[in-house]
Structures are given as C-alpha cells and as structure tokens.
Design a protein around this ligand. Structure first.
Ligand code: ADP
Length: 252
C-alpha cells in the first residue's frame, strides 16, 4: 500500500508518496489561487507517475495552511507535527528543525521518537522568510535562487531594517549609491541569518539541526547559520518536502 502526504503552503504545494520504507515519488507546484485544484493536480501527477489509482492509496494526509481546502483527504495534521515526523525519517538523531518557508519561519525541538517537544513560530512578519528574500530579489532584478551564489565571499552591505518594507527601501538606496549587488545580497542573507538566530536561540540549539523549507536551498544561508549557531546544519534536496513526507508517514 502507498500513502500520500500533501503540504499546501503559502507559496508552494508539495506532495509525496510513501511505501512504508521510503519516499517513492514527489511533486511540487505553485499553490496559486486554488489550493483545492492544486492539491488535486499534485495527487493526479503522483498517481500518473507511479501508474496507480486511488484504490492503491491507503490514506491521504494534508498539512500546511491550505490543508483545510482539500476535501479529498482522510486527515489533517499540523505542519509542526508533520515536520517533526519528516525530520525523524531523514535522520532519527535530529533534535532541532529550522523551517523557513514562504511566509513564516519556525523552530521545532524534537524528542527521541520524533514527536514535538517544543516549538516557536514567526508568522506575524515577513522578515526572515522566503517572502523577504523574494521581495529583495525583485528589487535587485535577480531570481531568488541566484542570491546564494551572488552573496558568496563578499563583505556584506549593512541592512539595518528588519521590516521587509523598510529593508526594501534600504536596498533601493544602496543600489542608487552604487553598492554592488553582491554586497547587498550578502547583507540580506546576514539579515535573515540574524533573524533566524534570534528565533533559534530562544529554544536553544541541540545536535543535530536540520534546515527545511524552500529557503534552505540557499546554501550560503545554511553556511552563515551553521557558523553563527556553532553547529553543522544538515539539509537535503528533499528539504522542501519535509512536511509532506511527515504527512505521508503519519498516514501510513
Ligand atoms: P511554503 O510552504 O510557505 O509555501 P516553502 O517551504 O515551499 O514555503 O518555500 C517557498 C519559499 O522558498 C519561497 O518564498 C521562495 O522564495 C523560497 N525559495 C525557493 N527556492 C529558493 C532558493 N533557491 N533559494 C532561496 N529561497 C528559495
């Protein structure tokens, strides 16, 4: 039997299939205006890839902010619980998960069995989230995926404002003053690193630390955060799917 986990986030919707041992398929789409339609498209995409029908699926679990809009799922589970389960699947020794997605960031502490011990979440403000980086990448007229490479080995420009709106004005002024895009990109990643560091510090660091969510694709940020926290932060190409993986495992 196969279980499916669907994580409908603010920016991206992710789905995975799990066979009781491992993840056997994944799919990702922009969430768009209809979480329901996007969720259905993801499910169809996975069934097509695996050449299976709904009868071959033992359960579908939904997570993420859009989980309430999926009428075809068997169960809804919070992102925090799903990220915990997903991290435990990645490596049972993981004790802290840092998740930075499109519109929020969270830190989750895990018990030995992958259940959640404690967590903290910033969902009140875009600072330090994917949205912050997206706005700044637009101001720099680059793709968000280019920020990491651009920022490598450059002295960071000073970005003082934490607020996304004010920081964007600062970036525009820095561009006008002739500051290089590289230095600005580096300054922006330092800003996200500092913001994340304050959130993580409130819960405390414990080895091993896993970085999940779309923003974890930014390798420079992973390095900055590893140095600042004084631990080796691990991540994975599947890190953006962590919530969906946890949902599928819970369903199984
Ligand atoms: P959500 O679950 O809230 O939709 P995700 O965890 O799927 O969020 O992450 C989406 C975010 O990841 C987007 O805001 C985007 O800016 C960011 N992102 C995607 N690719 C990259 C990348 N290569 N580098 C940095 N950020 C990225």
């Amino acid at each position: 039997m196969i279980s499916i986990g669907i994580d409908v986030g603010s920016v991206a919707a992710k789905a995975v299939a799990y066979d009781g041992q491992k993840v056997i398929a994944n799919a990702i789409l922009p969430t768009g205006w209809s979480p329901k339609k996007t969720g259905e498209r993801l499910l169809n995409q996975i069934m097509k890839e695996l050449n299976i029908t709904r009868n071959d699926i033992s359960s579908i679990v939904g997570t993420g902010y859009g989980r309430v809009s999926l009428p075809f799922i068997d169960k809804k589970v919070t992102e925090i619980t799903c990220h915990g389960k997903g991290a435990h699947y990645m490596d049972p020794d993981i004790r802290v998960v840092i998740d930075i997605g499109g519109q929020d960031s969270k830190v989750i502490k895990l018990n030995d069995n992958g259940t959640v011990g404690d967590f903290l979440m910033n969902d009140k403000c875009a600072a330090g989230t994917g949205r912050f980086l997206q706005v700044m990448a637009n101001a720099l007229e680059i793709d968000v995926s280019d920020l990491s490479k651009l920022a490598s080995d450059v002295e960071p420009a000073n970005i003082n404002s934490m607020c996304t709106v004010f920081a964007e004005s600062e970036v525009v002024s820095l561009i006008a003053e002739g500051t290089s895009k590289e230095a600005i990109a580096s300054g922006l990643l330092h800003s996200v690193c500092n913001k994340t560091y304050s959130l993580v510090s409130k819960l405390g660091v414990e080895n091993k630390v896993f970085f999940s969510g779309g923003v974890s694709k930014n390798k420079k940020l992973v390095d900055l955060l590893s140095n600042k926290l004084g631990v080796d932060i691990i991540s994975s190409d599947e890190a953006q799917f962590l919530g969906a993986i946890g949902a599928a495992i819970i369903g199984y």
